[in-house]
Design a protein around this ligand. Structure first.
Ligand SMILES: [Zn+2]
Length: 364
């Protein structure tokens, strides 16, 4: 049985724009996992968000998965040296190479507070101008993770589990508000940028700001990828948020943040369905339901009608990412991947993964 049958969700296929392939596994295993995910969750299309921050070869793997599995889109990420090699020119070369390889957009995790701190420069720094300019000109989406739940900046409000994980952001991190200003700064320079703010831009507790932000930049979207706090915040002001969602239903996208976790002995249901069911349950149900991820009852779900669900689950994806994914330049990918392999140190599994990618794109 598929997930929608088990849970009585709508049977129409869904597009998930926020899935990561960054866990280092043999590529064939990753392919199997994503094929299972597509089938079990009734996904028509998936936009994979590459995370070179966690796995430096992730861009090539993402392109490989796109070439091997139907309905996959590839959003690639920038690679930083964190020294004076990181120039405007360096990022300009990267974005052009990603474009030529056949990416469908870009992923930025650079707004995650720990990553932002390591980079030591604002996200609207002029060093990134050519990158944003290119994305704006080509109208390719950037899925940007800025922030974290705002309570992570407050010792008195941070949840215990987050504190224990070291997620408290003290004065050595950019403040939540100053980080938002960096995003506003990007859009002031590039107002037509197709920017998708992941995890609802972490503004689910601030509907006035969300409204101001959405109305100011018409190409900006939010994704619904949870956010430990998001759906509780929506619940707290359900009528206001329902109005917001209906008003901006063309600019809100479905996503889950599931990865290529190894399944072990676990069923798809046990391993992968918690985030999916939180989002789908909250959008579709009219009665309270159990959020199995956090083991809490969601008292006040949205219960949207089909017209809103069609947009959030499907139509917005097609409009933002395109009816079809972009063509891959296979020979060019094989060359870029071979250069990358010789320029970096990899473990045995990763060397074999990279060689598999090179051989595949050469043979095509
Ligand atoms: Zn993510």
């Amino acid at each position: 049985m598929k997930n929608y049958e088990l849970n009585n969700y709508r049977s129409k296929p869904v597009c998930d724009m926020h899935i990561h392939p960054h866990v280092e596994l043999p590529l064939d295993e990753t392919i199997k996992i994503f094929e299972n995910i597509k089938d079990y969750f009734n996904y028509e299309k998936i936009a994979l968000q590459s995370l070179p921050y966690h796995d430096i070869a992730n861009n090539f793997k993402t392109l490989y998965l796109k070439s091997k599995i139907d309905g996959i889109y590839a959003n690639l990420g920038l690679i930083h040296n964190l020294d004076d090699r990181d120039t405007q020119d360096y990022y300009s070369k990267q974005v052009k190479s990603m474009y030529r390889m056949g990416c469908d957009g870009f992923k930025m995790l650079e707004g995650k507070p720990t990553y932002r701190k390591q980079m030591g420069r604002p996200l609207n720094d002029s060093v990134f101008d050519k990158f944003y300019e290119f994305a704006e000109e080509k109208q390719l989406p950037i899925v940007l993770h800025y922030g974290d739940p705002v309570e992570f900046w407050d010792i008195n409000k941070i949840p215990k589990w987050a504190l224990e994980r070291g997620n408290l952001y003290d004065d050595s991190f950019v403040s939540f508000r100053n980080g938002q200003k960096e995003i506003e700064g990007i859009l002031e320079k590039f107002p037509k940028l197709k920017l998708i703010l992941a995890h609802f831009f972490f503004v689910s507790d601030d509907i006035d700001y969300a409204e101001w932000f959405m109305s100011k930049w018409e190409n900006v979207c939010f994704d619904l990828t949870p956010g430990s706090e998001m759906y509780f915040n929506f619940s707290d002001r359900i009528d206001d948020w329902r109005r917001f969602f209906v008003k901006y239903s063309d600019r809100i996208l479905y996503g889950t943040d599931i990865y290529n976790w190894q399944q072990g002995d676990l069923s798809m249901e046990k391993k992968y369905s918690h985030a999916v069911n939180l989002v789908r349950g909250f959008l579709e149900r009219k009665e309270p339901f159990l959020n199995t991820w956090q083991n809490k009852e969601m008292k006040n779900p949205f219960g949207f009608e089909d017209d809103v669900l069609d947009k959030i689950y499907h139509d917005n994806f097609i409009r933002v990412f395109g009816e079809k994914s972009r063509e891959l330049d296979k020979e060019y990918i094989a060359n870029e991947c071979a250069n990358f392999l010789s320029a970096h140190e990899f473990n045995e599994l990763e060397v074999s993964n990279m060689k598999q990618i090179i051989d595949w794109f050469k043979s095509e």
